[in-house]
Design a protein around this ligand. Structure first.
Ligand SMILES: Cc1cc2nc3c(=O)[nH]c(=O)nc-3n(C[C@H](O)[C@H](O)[C@H](O)COP(=O)(O)OP(=O)(O)OC[C@H]3O[C@@H](n4cnc5c(N)ncnc54)[C@H](O)[C@@H]3O)c2cc1C
Length: 381
């Protein structure tokens, strides 16, 4: 199948990731889903290969590559285990927030451990008041006697139990126009008053823990504030667009490739009427649609990432990639299950998991409704 044009170094990276995934991830992909356990040891191994800090400059212990290379890594892992890729994808949210908004001191303190995979990162924005309504966050951060005191509850946070370093947003007061103002804070696991709460039992993207983070009079020094006071919501939205939505797109591209490849394999092996079902035109149509969805998602995703890396204002292109890829992954998984007949719903095959994983990519990083609003907003501007 023709590939997008990647550089030689990027192709080499893809090969390294593919070998790693086949050796370390494929054998445990089903178990990760069944047991819903984050294989922290495999995450640490990814760190030694540079995946945890792929886009972090070498001076902070990273691999010094970019978001395209990151997408290659996420795509390759998600071809077999999107839930595991989700752990890395969210780790990168915390990394990116510190890399783009941290002081030199914060970068030197946190990035080497995060980039090497010795520590796991996260970003906590969503609250029970609604993830789409970022301005509705109730978690508060009060500045008292030179210390920030945080109180509130975050929900649906990936890596909530596993993250060592989480960037948490909280309401710090009001801006000059009386609107709520937010700050972002770097919180370390084990800080008194900061702890994981209930863990969700998701049907998709299992293995990546999702749960509450509780803040009860959690006190941190001024050095925990990330970026300017009042800039927390902007920081979170920019990080989610740049790294979250492009990451979810890349994960969906991996799921789409999984659907395409599993469908082709099954269609060639399953014999009906004395010949493989690949000879049936109805099945060929399903395969063709799977291929078109995969290639379109891939083009949109890598194009949007390329635009972002070139410094373009491309929120709509990123939203389009995320919207199309996540929805296409659901369509493609359903189609693959259909073409497999009864086998499609058997857990001996991974396609049922692909459908569940694809469904779970839709709200993560912003729902399809919200993506369409971003696209329409820029189109109508
Ligand atoms: C697997 C997973 C992992 C996640 N990881 C993280 C994480 O690490 N950190 C984090 O902060 N959050 C995380 N989230 C939360 C995620 O960002 C939110 O689920 C998402 O933003 C939607 O918020 P909500 O679930 O509160 O839905 P709501 O915001 O309550 O939305 C409910 C419905 O209203 C629709 N809607 C909302 N606003 C509008 C509008 N303006 N116009 C039209 N329709 C609208 C939505 O599309 C949806 O259908 C994760 C979620 C999932 C599922």
């Amino acid at each position: 199948m023709p590939e997008l044009k990647f550089s030689e170094a990027q192709e080499m990276l893809r090969k390294v990731v593919r070998e790693f995934v086949e050796k370390e991830v494929v054998p445990i992909a089903h178990r990760i889903d069944v047991e819903n356990e984050c294989p922290v040891d495999v995450f640490k191994k990814m760190g030694t290969l540079g995946f945890a800090g792929v886009f972090v400059p070498q001076e902070y212990g990273g691999a010094g590559m970019g978001l395209t290379e990151r997408a290659i890594i996420l795509e390759e892992i998600s071809r077999h285990a999107a839930g595991f890729a989700m752990i890395l994808m969210t780790h990168h949210l915390g990394v990116e927030a510190i890399l783009s908004y941290g002081t030199e001191e914060q970068k030197r303190k946190y990035l080497p451990d995060l980039a090497s995979g010795r520590k796991i990162g996260g970003l906590a924005v969503t609250e029970p008041s609604g993830g789409s309504d970022v301005g509705g966050q109730q978690t508060s951060a009060e500045f008292k006697d030179g210390r920030w005191v945080l109180n509130g509850r975050k929900c649906f946070i990936t890596n909530s139990s596993n993250a060592d370093v989480t960037v948490v947003t909280a309401r710090t007061g009001e801006d000059a126009k009386g609107r709520p103002a937010f700050g972002a804070f770097i919180l370390e696991a084990g800080t008194p008053g900061f702890a994981p709460g209930r863990e969700e039992n998701k049907f998709g993207l299992r293995g990546s823990g999702t749960g509450d983070l509780l803040l009860n009079d959690c006190e941190v020094g001024e050095e925990a504030l990330l970026g300017a006071q009042g800039n927390g919501a902007k920081l979170a939205l920019a990080t989610i667009a740049k790294v979250g939505r492009t990451g979810m797109s890349a994960i969906s591209v991996g799921i789409l490739r999984g659907c395409l490849e599993e469908g082709v394999k099954f269609a060639k092996e399953r014999i009906l009427y004395g010949k493989p079902i690949a000879k049936l035109q109805a099945i060929q149509l399903e395969i063709a649609q799977n291929r078109v969805d995969y290639e379109a998602a891939r083009l949109l995703t890598y194009q949007a990432i390329g635009l972002k890396e070139s410094g373009a204002n491309c929120d709509a292109e990123i939203a389009a990639a995320k919207y199309f890829s996540t929805e296409a992954a659901v369509r493609s998984a359903k189609r693959t299950i259909d073409l497999m007949g009864g086998y499609g719903v058997m857990n001996d095959y991974p396609v049922g998991r692909y459908l569940r994983d694809a469904m779970a990519t839709i709200p993560s990083g912003g729902t399809s409704h919200v993506m369409q609003l971003v696209i329409a907003g820029q189109t109508l501007a």
